[in-house]
Design a protein around this ligand. Structure first.
Ligand code: PMP
Length: 416
């Protein structure tokens, strides 16, 4: 019996990528969050005060009057009512879409996981904008992909650097896919320019890789922020529609209701050409059969209720106020030692530390002061710039952000 116990705990008992897997670097910060008085700038959590609880309660009640569909298994592709409503969202964002082009997923996190299963084999090259959303890096590591970083600047992914890298790669190492968050990226908060969107699609067509356009934040754009184009650049998938032949769009579009309605719905979605969508649907069959019909129906009733635009508008205004409180707090007055980006939307500020600051000392001092952020290391596949960090301004109220700034300033003084 002892021998069996050993067999089950030895590393050989697990598939290679799970032998000694690293957990999510952000989820590992959770224990700090429960400390009394802690102000969290860490997770990308939407503000609890912005949840439209009344509208969702009405939608939930209405969902229960829709017959057995609400409580039954649904088709793997998703409930028709919800796919219709999401196709409308896609159209409003300038993309051609019908309900048949949409796969409902259990959060957009699942959508990426399905794509990795469908597209990536161990050793395959995958391009990722860096700094990157950590869960993307984690999914790719577990798939044993070869991750090649593409640098970003204040306008997002550097397509010039991408073009150079692609030209230098041997044919056997041609990438399978490229991952990017073009709108208000996580973690850098950047908006990819229109020219770069077109360049990205051209390169995808030329070298034959898929572009995964992850867009949970695109609707959270701020008003009156200098540098924001009058009209948002078309989605990369929309650009792909214009540049590619019909039926051969290299761009897969992912979005989610997590940041605008509620993460607990676990409703995300994928818009892609039929051959890829079909394969992701088959992968989803073995992942969870279908996303909960209950939350899908609540989401569909909510989107049909007409309350969504006002909810998003409230979020935009509130997040803009919170972003300003954070950025102005750190960039006006005596030098804070923390140089931050000023995002035109989304939930994140990316910051660079003065080189006189010791990054680990700062983190420890910040936690001791009662404020937490995500150290930049979490966002790099390798060779991290340790003098970086990500702060989310979405969840804390303005007064808490002001307090967080004071605490950060104190922590900096203690860690030079
Ligand atoms: N992509 C990005 C860039 C994100 O920031 C997040 C959430 N933090 C997700 C995907 C996953 O969101 P969800 O699964 O809740 O839709």
């Amino acid at each position: 019996m002892n021998q069996n116990v050993n067999q089950h705990t030895s590393l050989a008992a697990f598939a290679a990528p799970f032998a000694e897997p690293a957990g999510s670097p952000i989820r590992e910060l959770f224990p700090y969050l429960s400390r009394p008085g802690m102000i969290s700038l860490a997770g990308g959590y939407p503000s609890p005060s912005l949840f439209d609880a009344e509208g969702l309660a009405q939608a939930a009640q209405q969902a229960m009057t829709q017959g057995s569909a609400t409580l039954q298994y649904s088709a793997t592709e998703g409930l028709p009512e919800l796919r219709e409503a999401l196709a409308l969202q896609a159209q409003e964002r300038g993309m051609q879409a019908t309900a048949a082009d949409i796969l409902v997923t259990t959060g957009s996190q699942q959508a990426f996981d399905l794509l990795v299963r469908v597209l990536v084999e161990p050793g395959d090259t995958v391009l990722v904008e860096v700094p990157a959303y950590p869960a993307t890096l984690q999914a790719l590591r577990l798939a044993q992909a070869r991750i090649l970083p593409i640098p970003m600047d204040e306008h997002g992914l550097q397509t010039e650097a991408l073009a150079e890298l692609l030209a230098a790669l041997p044919a056997a190492q041609r990438p399978k896919l490229l991952y990017s968050v073009p709108n208000f990226s996580n973690p850098r908060g950047t908006l990819l320019t229109g020219e770069r969107r077109a360049a990205l699609v051209q390169l995808a067509l030329q070298y034959g890789f898929w572009v995964v356009e992850d867009d949970p934040y695109g609707e959270l754009r701020f008003d009156d922020v200098s540098g924001l184009p009058e009209t948002m650049p078309a989605t990369v998938r929309g650009t792909g529609q214009r540049l590619a032949e019909a039926g051969h769009n290299p761009v897969v579009y992912l979005s989610s209701l997590s940041k605008t309605v509620a993460p607990a719905l676990r409703v995300g979605w994928m818009l892609a050409d039929a051959p890829l969508l079909r394969r992701c649907t088959v992968a989803k069959q073995t992942a969870d059969l279908c996303t909960s019909a209950l939350t899908q129906m609540v989401a569909a009733c909510y989107l049909q209720s007409g309350r969504y635009p006002a909810t998003v508008q409230r979020a935009r205004q509130e997040y803009q106020r919170r972003m300003q409180a954070l950025v102005q707090g750190l960039s006006t007055g005596p030098d804070s030692g923390i140089r931050c980006s000023r995002p035109a939307g989304g939930m994140f500020v990316w910051a660079e530390l003065d080189r006189s600051i010791h990054p680990q000392k700062l983190f420890d001092a910040a936690v001791a002061q009662g404020v937490i952020y995500v150290p930049g290391k979490a966002f790099y596949p390798a060779d991290p710039d340790l003098h970086t960090l990500r702060m989310s301004f979405a969840a804390p109220e303005v007064a808490q952000i002001e307090q967080a700034v004071e605490r950060l300033r104190t922590a900096v003084q203690q860690s030079r």
